[in-house]
Structure formats: structure tokens, C-alpha cells
Design a protein around this ligand. Structure first.
Ligand SMILES: NC(=O)C1=CN([C@@H]2O[C@H](COP(=O)(O)OP(=O)(O)OC[C@H]3O[C@@H](n4cnc5c(N)ncnc54)[C@H](OP(=O)(O)O)[C@@H]3O)[C@@H](O)[C@H]2O)C=CC1
Ligand SMILES: N[C@@H](CC=O)C(=O)O
Ligand code: NA
Length: 436
């Protein structure tokens, strides 16, 4: 029986998951492939720590170059993470004529074009299903099954760590930092968890999604990114009272030659399917012009689910190899020469409804002054929760607005923050009511 040899770089959380798939599911993969996948080498800096899986003698090495230059290895899986040395290793694998599978969204969001051009020039495949939505087969859905559609928009809950934190804060009133520690212990978080909580990891994934949905290059630095570290139990409580949940949402929209690409905490009505996505689960809602709305849901992080996506890519490459096809489907779902350069809409032009929370002195006339300033900017008030009567203490005042541009909201808030009766910088959360 024909063998396809695989080399693995990075024996961490996901690397260990990949080895588990090799060990547990060899038979089903062989029956689906008609060939055998063989894990020939695994490189990690540390090959003595117990990772919960045993590896055959002679497979482990501390020398990544041994994997990259081994003429027998057909496919290299990169699971080191980060920019370097992952970039150098992936380019080296391509130079040596190897197909590459990676889960590294950071690398792809920043250096994707360089890597994919090198792969195209060499005639090898680079696949990265695990990089977005962990185990959810979202990238293959976009570039294969849904490829006859023009996409209007894409919404995603794309970070398992943040969704796990927000879910436990919402459902149990749990404390942010202890839940983050738990997410790290479960292997969900990035090596640097600020990438998770500050929205950077979600933005890496959004960059890939927006490029693949709309067929455009995205400059990662143009994506607006806000994380969840400023979300307070008070905002979660008020959101509930208004019938919303707070989620870290990745939003991509295409409209009249521009795209929106932004990541920020967002209030979603509780009766929307995305509001029900809890814990480490992720979901992506796509709207295509013919298929309409499609929602994909599954575990967005963790050893086993992510390893499933990695091995799905290895199988796809192996199938192409066995059938004599090379790079059958363009990596980004579009022929490289047909990829556009659509600009990202500036944040000030975004239109949304807003949740505004002010910390005000409980004095007569405060509400009138704030609503007056909003009125001056033409911002309509949809509903309001007024301060409790606590005399001189500062109390929260919450206003839900009608749709307004971000420019109007930020200018109005700057004026409101100058009032003597407003005791802390005002706080806002965007609301997403239109997911069609
Ligand atoms: N964890 C998750 O749920 C998910 C992760 N991903 C992505 O998968 C990738 C791997 O993540 P994860 O497994 O969690 O990360 P880990 O940090 O658990 O694993 C990375 C491994 O790579 C090793 N490594 C670092 N430098 C080298 C090197 N020069 N040569 C060989 N090995 C090296 C690390 O060793 P050491 O620790 O000694 O530095 C570590 O064992 C990342 O790109 C991540 O973003 C994608 C989806 C989900
Ligand atoms: N740190 C990421 C891992 C998967 O991409 C997350 O929490 O989603
Ligand atoms: Na995926």
C-alpha cells in the first residue's frame, strides 16, 4: 500500500492532538484514502516532557531542519505558532518541495501572501483549515461547497478563550482572570494570551475569512481591534436587561467596493443563533447571494477538535497527490491574479446602534443634559435605564441609541465626558441587529 510521509513541527497541545489522530484513527483514514499516512518525524525543542502520548522510537528530534530537508517527507505540519521561526520553517519546507499544513493564523494574517506565492511558484499546497474556527470546516466550505456565491457578510465568534471567559462571566458571574487561567490550563489560549483577550487572534482569523469570502487582500494593520478586557459584570448585567448577550464578534461586510473588517465586543439579541454559542464553541455565519445565510458551529479551540482540522487538510493533500492533482483549489479560494485590493471602511463611517454607559452624579438635570448633547448630534435614544436614587454617589446611566455613525457617537461622547456631572470616561458597546 502506498505511504504518504508526514513530518510535524511542534509537539505542544495541537501537536499532541495530531499524534493522537495518527494513533487512534489510522484505520479510518486508510480506508478513506486507500493509502497509509505515516508520521515519520516530530520536531520540538523539548522532547523529554510527557505530552500524554507515546511516540515511536526514532521519531522525535530537536532539529526542525531534519524534518524540513528529509527527502522522504511529503507533507510538513507546522504547529509551532507565532511569526518566527514558523515563517522561516514554512518557507524552507516549500523550498524543499513539501506541502504544508498549518494552524498558524498569526503567520497567515501577516505573511500569508509571501508564503502562498512561494508555494504557488513551487507547485505545492498550503492548507490551513485549523487556523480559523479550530475544528469547524469553515475555510473548505467557503472555497469548495459555497464557491459559486458572492458573499455579502461574515460574522464570527472566533476565539474559544474569549467565548469561554464571556460565557462563564455571563452564566456564573465568574471572575475574568480566574476563567482565563482555566482556559490556559485547558490548552485553548495562545502562548501569549493577550492575543486572545485583546482580540488580536480573532483579527488574525477575520483577516483570513474576509480575504477568502470577498476575494481581496487585507492589510492586517487596517483591521480595528478591541478585546474583552474592558467588559465589566455591569455591562453583562445591563445587556441581559435589554435582551442582549455580549460576544467578541468578528465582522466582515462587503458593500460598494469597500469592506468592513472589525473585531470588538458586540451586543447580539439573545434570540439570534450566535448568542447561543457558548464556552469554547465558535460559530461563523456567512451570507451568500444564492445560498442565503449559513451557520457553521463547533469547537474553536482545543487539542482534539483542532487536530481534526489539521488532519483533514493532510488527507486532502494526500488525496490530491494520489490523484495526481497539484493545488487543485486555490489556497485562498480565488485565482491569485483575480484577488482584488478593496479598501477597509474607516471606523468613523461605520453605522450601528450603540449601548452607552455613563457614570454620573445622581443630580436633577443630568439625564436632560446628556440626552440634549446626543440630540444635538442627531442621535436618537431607543431606550434608557436611569440612575438609582443614591444621592451624591456616582451611578450608572445606560442609553441604547438608534443607528448612528461612529463619528457622531465618538464626537458626542467627547462632549458628554466634559460635563462636571460625568465622573468617568463614558463606555460604549456596538450592537449588531442585522446579520443578513
Ligand atoms: N491551542 C489551540 O486550541 C489552537 C491552536 N492553534 C494554533 O496552533 C499552533 C500551535 O498551538 P499550540 O499547540 O496550542 O501551541 P503550544 O505552545 O502548545 O505548542 C507549540 C510547540 O512548538 C514548540 N516549538 C517552539 N519553537 C520550536 C522550534 N524552533 N522547533 C520545534 N518546536 C518548537 C514549543 O516548544 P516550547 O514550549 O518548548 O517553546 C511547543 O511545544 C499555533 O499556531 C496556534 O495558534 C489553532 C487553533 C486552536
Ligand atoms: N487561542 C485560540 C486557539 C484557537 O485558535 C482560541 O482561544 O480560540
Ligand atoms: Na476550521
Amino acid at each position: 500500500m502506498k505511504e504518504i510521509n508526514v513530518g510535524l513541527l511542534g509537539f505542544g497541545t495541537i501537536g499532541a492532538g495530531v499524534i493522537r489522530v495518527f494513533q487512534n484513527n489510522a484505520e479510518v483514514m486508510e480506508r478513506r484514502l486507500g493509502a497509509r499516512l505515516k508520521l515519520k518525524s516530530v520536531a520540538d525543542l523539548d522532547i523529554t516532557t510527557d505530552r500524554g502520548v507515546t511516540v515511536e522510537e526514532g521519531v522525535l528530534t530537536t532539529d526542525a531542519m531534519q524534518v524540513l530537508t528529509d527527502p522522504d517527507i511529503d507533507v510538513v505540519i507546522e504547529l509551532i505558532g507565532g511569526y518566527e521561526p514558523a515563517r522561516t520553517f514554512v518557507l524552507k519546507a516549500i523550498e524543499h518541495g513539501k506541502h504544508v499544513v498549518t494552524a498558524n493564523k498569526a503567520l497567515l494574517a501577516k505573511h500569508g501572501e509571501e508564503i502562498l506565492s512561494a508555494a504557488a511558484a513551487k507547485g505545492v499546497d498550503v492548507m490551513f483549515e485549523a487556523s480559523v474556527g479550530g475544528g469547524i470546516p469553515v475555510l473548505s466550505a467557503i472555497k469548495e461547497n459555497l464557491c459559486a456565491n458572492n458573499f455579502r457578510c461574515v460574522f464570527g465568534i472566533l476565539n474559544g478563550t474569549c467565548n469561554y471567559i464571556l460565557t462563564r462571566m455571563t452564566n456564573e458571574g465568574a471572575d475574568f482572570s480566574s476563567v482565563l487561567k482555566d482556559a490556559q490550563a485547558k490548552g485553548y489560549a495562545e502562548a501569549d494570551p493577550t492575543f486572545d483577550v485583546e482580540g488580536v487572534d480573532t483579527a488574525h482569523k477575520l483577516a483570513i475569512l474576509v480575504s477568502m469570502c470577498f476575494g481581496t487582500r487585507i492589510d492586517f494593520d487596517d483591521i480595528t481591534i478591541e478585546g474583552i478586557s474592558n467588559i465589566t459584570p455591569l455591562d453583562i448585567q445591563f445587556a441581559k436587561e435589554f435582551g442582549y448577550k455580549i460576544k467578541l464578534l468578528a465582522i466582515g461586510k462587503r458593500e460598494n467596493g469597500t469592506v468592513e473588517a472589525r473585531v470588538h465586543p458586540t451586543m447580539i439579541p439573545v434570540n439570534y443563533p450566535l448568542a447561543d454559542v457558548e464556552g469554547v464553541f465558535n460559530a461563523v455565519r456567512l451570507v451568500g447571494d444564492f445560498v442565503g445565510p449559513v451557520m457553521l458551529y463547533g469547537q474553536g479551540a482545543g487539542m482534539d477538535a483542532t487536530a481534526s482540522a489539521v488532519m483533514g487538510d493532510v488527507m486532502a493533500i494526500a488525496r490530491d497527490q494520489l490523484a495526481g492533482h497539484q493545488a487543485r483549489t486555490p489556497a485562498m479560494g480565488y485565482i491569485p491574479d483575480c484577488i482584488a485590493d478593496l479598501p477597509i471602511k474607516p471606523m468613523r463611517d461605520i453605522v450601528s446602534q450603540y449601548y452607552l454607559r455613563f457614570t454620573v452624579l445622581d443630580k436633577p438635570g443630568v439625564v436632560a443634559k446628556i440626552s440634549g448633547i446626543l440630540g444635538n448630534y442627531g442621535i436618537g435614544i431607543a431606550s434608557m435605564i436611569q440612575p438609582d436614587r443614591k444621592k451624591s454617589e456616582a451611578v450608572p446611566l445606560v442609553i441604547m441609541t438608534h443607528e448612528a455613525t461612529e463619528a457622531l457617537i465618538s464626537d458626542a461622547l467627547a462632549d458628554i465626558d466634559k460635563l462636571d456631572t460625568v465622573r468617568e470616561p463614558s463606555h460604549f458597546i456596538r450592537i449588531e441587529n442585522d446579520m443578513e
